[in-house]
Design a protein around this ligand. Structure first.
Ligand code: 13P
Ligand code: SF4
Length: 339
């Protein structure tokens, strides 16, 4: 059997800092071990934007690699080991739809809503976001970004994840009449008020799979166990949870919990399995086995082949042609979060 770990390590040593590997929390444990950066999508975007290596091999899905390419310095190249690693949630919106929604909001409510797009979107959506003065957000900072625009008295169009939008709105105590769900037919149910938050009707099928009976089963088995979930889960699940947050938040909450603690985790299964193996002194169970097939497309073999191509004939290069406004929207997020 080919020992890819050894081969990758050897190539990394040869490259001597010219290449770094960035890995999202959902990646295979052996890839995580080989990575220079590991984290949630916000941390990875910031880490990649600060590194000087000539090549960043991004082990994650395409919108994450595009994010790194948008923020990259001129001499940097971003590679994604499997180009078909997409994200069905990101496919729910594109730049053209965003422009149409913004125009429709203007016609129906006589306001210019500011677009806030979730990191889980492609460059064209981020370009529209930046063009209209908006910011990207991730699951770790959605509330901060919304607060920033609400404090200026602006209404926001949030896309594409409905659950992250509504779960964040609930945390902020937004009232029912302040929120409007927007879908493709662009018909709005008006209530005489100016809505604060318009939320696009997209979702992540990996996180939609968690249902209330999963929580009931866990609670029946572990009455004192805690539930921690990602905010891409349905509102009903987030409401039943003790904590909700980004993948980094999930990791750090479990890491700092006492030995003997019991957790059910509502997010991607392979990530939960990695945490379970890493903390054997704690009982950590998946709320349900829900796998992100796209994240799982990255493996040791395609990571090795991509690294090997760097000194031969570069493969899997991420190219983003028009990125000026997308860059603005990502920089705006970093500026708001880092203060
Ligand atoms: P995080 O930013 O929390 O890592 O989430 C990314 C993601 O795609 C979750 O499904
Ligand atoms: Fe996209 Fe969902 Fe996979 Fe995250 S878990 S990358 S949102 S499909």
């Amino acid at each position: 059997m080919i020992n890819y770990v050894k081969k990758i390590q050897k190539l990394k040593d040869k490259f001597d800092g010219k290449v770094v590997i960035s890995a999202h929390h959902y990646q295979h444990p052996e890839i995580v071990k080989l990575a220079d950066f590991v984290g949630d999508s916000y941390k990875l975007a910031v880490d990649c934007s600060r590194v000087n290596a000539e090549y960043i091999v991004f082990c994650g899905v395409r919108f994450m690699a595009e994010g790194a390419a948008i923020l990259a310095k001129e001499n940097q190249k971003i590679l994604l080991p499997k180009m078909s690693a997409g994200c069905p949630l990101a496919d729910f919106i594109d730049g053209e739809i965003m422009e149409n929604v913004l125009m429709s909001i203007e016609q129906n409510f006589q306001i210019s809503a500011i677009p806030v797009v979730y990191m889980n979107s492609y460059t064209d959506a981020k370009n529209v976001c930046g063009k209209f003065g908006g910011a990207v957000c991730t699951s770790s900072n959605a509330q901060k970004i919304l607060e920033y625009y609400f404090a200026k008295g602006q209404s926001v169009f949030f896309a594409p994840d409905f659950n992250l939008g509504i779960n964040t709105a609930r945390k902020m105590n937004l009232k029912e009449g302040d929120i409007i769900k927007v879908n493709k037919d662009l018909t709005f149910s008006k209530n005489g008020k100016t809505p604060k938050l318009f939320i696009w009707d997209g979702n992540c099928r990996v996180h939609k799979r968690f249902i209330q009976s999963d929580v009931e089963q866990f609670k029946a088995k572990y009455p004192n166990g805690k539930l921690i979930v990602h905010p891409e889960c349905d509102e009903a699940i987030v409401n039943l949870a003790d904590i909700s947050g980004s993948t980094s938040k999930i990791f750090s909450e479990i890491e700092k919990s006492k030995n003997g603690s019991v957790w059910a985790v509502g997010t991607e299964y392979f990530f939960v399995k990695r945490i379970t193996d890493q903390f054997p002194q704690k009982t950590i169970v998946p709320l349900r086995q829900s796998i992100c097939a796209n994240m799982a497309k990255i493996n040791l073999q395609n990571l090795y082949e991509t690294l090997k191509s760097i000194d031969e004939n570069i493969e899997n290069l991420i190219v983003v042609n028009e990125k000026q406004n997308a860059r603005k929207s990502l920089q705006k997020m970093i500026e708001i979060v880092e203060g």
